[in-house]
Design a protein around this ligand. Sequence first.
Ligand SMILES: [Fe+2]
Length: 481
Amino acid sequence: MKRRFLRILSLTLALLLAFSAAAFAAGKNEVKRVNVSVYGDGATGRGFCWFTEGRAGTDLDLIETARFNGSFDGAKAYTGGQTLYRGQYSHQVAVTDLTPGTAYTYRVGDRAAGVWSAPCAFVTDDRDAAFSFITVADVQASSQEDFLHAAETLQGAVETLPDAEFIVNLGDYVNDNTNEEWDAYFRAFAPYNNAFTGVPVAGNHDGNITNKLNTFCFRNTFCLDKTDNRSIEGVYYSFDYGNAHFAVLNTNDMYPMSQAQKNWLRNDMNGSDATWKILLMHRSLYSAGKNINKPDTIVMRDVLLPIIDELGIDVVLSGHDHMYMRTDFVKGEKRVGGVTYVTETFGGEQTTFAVDPAGTVYAIPSTAGTKRYVVNENAIDPIHAVAEKTLSTRGVGGCFATVEIEDGRLVYKAYTVDDETREVSEIDRFAIKKTATGGSDACRRDQSFFSTVYASGFNFVVAMVKMLVSYVKLLAQVIAK
Ligand SMILES: [Fe+2]
């Protein structure tokens, strides 16, 4: 209850102060695009990032919210580094000494100049195997109006699940990846970025490298615990939260995925004994949108599905196709049969859980924004064969999903927010119960640097050949028609 009160207090404070932030600090040292991300251990680490148009100090003041009375006197002070990026300065500070289970208030800015952001807030993981989060996808807006409409979807999510501890954005924050669009995104989403920890996933529109100036955009916009220091159009990384391990893929990385990233994913997941293993990515392996028949997606499915089966991933959340889809439990590209169910009370309501299902659920929470696709009834055969729920959200509203975990129980729900009335409606749910929690006897499969580089190059050639074959097949189908 205390944490809930602090969460509501923090959100209210952020809402009030976000709208006055522009007046808070004007000029080239104005602090903008403030965000905090997961960084390694959800209980002790966070990455802070913000921008200024001119060179400025990179300072962070951090204080427990319970001690915050409007003043940062007694706050712990940190400093970080800055990078000149597309004519502006990206400031980043990584902190790894936080106290688990604590609500924090912070500000970022230039100590010497006395220019600061509005106070912002987040909570750390208390490691008690009970937590929840919100996920949205594909805001992909250009205008301030569309960004604000998408932000209203997130407002509906926060009102639905006020105890959420972080927000996953499954990528395509913006459309053309310009400074103006990122400024508009951060203005519209400030109340949420300033009150929650974020989990950023790189979308193809965020890593648009048709213009060389846009390379490295994602890593300069978010402070992440990146393993990958080479990819220019996104970032892959992982983090622990409660009894779950999350891996975040960069599906822009030499898609359909470099061998280096695949090796990393195997080592990363096999190195965790968490009860829940969750994969977050932008491009979708299972979808009923327009992108599912594209060769790059087909090849990525061929490459990643066997790895996901092998690693025993429980849930894959993704975006890219702006309609709603959720599969049954899938393994070997088929529905897993023989699943048993039990109905129990969860969060005060009767909930039906699949008990120890083999296989993985793949879900796309449509789009929080206004660019919506319809369900593609001609999607390749395996898609509809494993789909449990598909929904065109065009003309309906923005979409979000929530995930609540309590020890060996996981409950996923998806909702739409009506465009006109802003009414929140549940559209789908599934739940899993594990009778044995934790522990993994899988061993690490470390790869040497040279084998990784060699395999990465080999994989790239194979993938390109497969993609070429797919294009030829599609061309042949078109000619045949
Ligand atoms: Fe996309």
